[in-house]
Design a protein around this ligand. Structure first.
Ligand code: FE2
Length: 270
């Protein structure tokens, strides 16, 4: 169920959030006028330069566009150049089993719990075969409930691909997490400050819902227009990532500092 990694960190944690990389099968392939492997490498390079103190990198799904073995080999070749721990959850375009072969602590049938000092990173699988929407299994919700009950002294960071709340874009809300209320009820039941990170929406999102802080990060490739009923590209579509710093966390007082970076020097097609 879980893979525990010992950490020296106590009350601070810093990490990079990258999502929706949509890698194709070959390094030189183009996806909607953009090489997604190159845009991922740009994002990684930028984050390494600006945040050399990051403790790990979190990917929240749609690592692959095709779900093929070749696309995960490509992903592996990119992350092998990183000197930080990598954590992933699968998205609707992924193949959770193949992702797990590259990043073994990625969740599939069970949740994954990474213990990092006073923090816990909880990785959830919302993948549903053949569907763009997401769903968390009853088994995973029960595991999450037990974990939250048993981690009263730690600050939990939850990672999932699909949005657990509406984001005011009708077409994306139609393919969000289908059992949103089940997840929110499980999190709210324990009445603790919690950070939840998701992808899938290819745009920034930041909402405080009682004690739950919800953050979505734009894609490392293409972005979608916000507050749109239909699928439409963003006017300013640049590869992006988010940096997050958690400071002086205790059960009563959480400080979450975060910033989204767009790689403005990037020219699609070049
Ligand atoms: Fe997605």
């Amino acid at each position: 169920m879980s893979k525990n990694i010992q950490s020296n960190h106590t009350d601070t944690l810093k990490f990079v959030h990258i999502t929706d990389t949509h890698l194709l099968d070959q390094a030189d392939e183009i996806f909607h006028s953009l090489n997604t492997k190159e845009s991922l490498e740009l994002v990684l390079s930028h984050s390494k330069t600006h945040y050399p103190d990051a403790d790990f990198i979190l990917f929240t799904g749609d690592i692959s566009q095709t779900g093929s073995k070749e696309s995960y080999i490509l992903f592996e070749s990119v992350i092998q150049q990183c000197d930080l721990p990598i954590y992933c959850v699968p998205g609707n375009h992924d193949n959770p089993e193949l992702l797990q072969q590259v990043v073994p602590n990625s969740p599939n049938g069970s949740i994954s719990i990474i213990k990092l000092g006073n923090f816990c990173l909880v990785l959830l699988n919302s993948w549903v075969e053949g569907q763009h929407h997401g769903m968390i299994s009853e088994h995973s919700l029960q595991q999450l409930d037990v974990h939250l009950q048993n981690s009263q002294e730690q600050f939990n960071i939850i990672a999932i691909h699909h949005p657990p709340v509406p984001i005011n874009s009708h077409w994306l809300d139609q393919i969000a997490l289908q059992n949103q209320s089940d997840l929110l009820q499980t999190l709210n039941k324990h009445g603790r400050n919690t950070l939840l990170l998701f992808g899938h929406v290819h745009q920034e999102f930041d909402q405080q819902l009682d004690q739950l802080r919800l953050l979505a990060t734009p894609s490392s490739c293409h972005q979608f227009k916000a507050n749109s009923d239909h699928m439409a590209p963003s006017d300013t579509s640049q590869p992006a990532y988010r940096y997050i710093s958690l400071n002086d966390i205790d059960s009563a007082d959480a400080s979450v500092d975060t910033e989204v970076h767009y790689i403005e020097s990037y020219e699609p097609g070049h």
